[in-house]
Design a protein. Structure first.
Length: 142
């Protein structure tokens, strides 16, 4: 075996081991040591890393293409997509789960940015009104 094959085997072995631990953790059948291993894994690995480790290159490319297409939709269309996928969450494919995760973050950030812009605009309008009122009532203030 080459060094690369050994590394791949080790990675696959660790993934199988963690899958078994997650199953035991889910069913509340793990020991304290196993619980600590799952906890340590969750602290040191993001959900994104976990999803990407479970997908092959073809699936990852398909997901990224779908994600790029969804990002071009309106906020309401994205919201409808998210609601549709969430309604059947337990039956999502790996690709759909990956896309749903990232498009949900994208939609949240988009909505947050829009809200921030609205607040900034409202504050500017209020400032203009305040300045006009101060000028009208008390003369010139800069």
């Amino acid at each position: 075996m080459s060094l690369e094959e050994l590394k791949e085997y080790k990675e696959q072995f660790e993934q199988v081991k963690m899958a078994e631990l997650f199953f035991k953790y889910q069913n509340k059948e793990c020991t304290e040591l196993e619980h600590d291993l799952v906890y340590h894994y969750m602290i040191n690995h993001s959900i994104e890393e976990l999803m990407e480790s479970k997908m092959n290159e073809k699936e990852l490319n398909q997901a990224k293409i779908l994600l790029a297409e969804l990002k071009n939709l309106s906020s309401s269309e994205i919201k409808n997509y998210i609601q549709e996928k969430n309604s059947d969450y337990n039956n999502l494919s790996k690709i759909d789960a990956y896309v749903l995760h990232y498009i949900s973050i994208f939609n949240y950030n988009k909505a947050s940015t829009e809200t921030t812009k609205k607040i900034i605009q409202q504050n500017k309008e209020k400032e203009v009104k305040l300045r006009k009122s101060l000028h009208k009532d008390y003369g010139y203030f800069s």
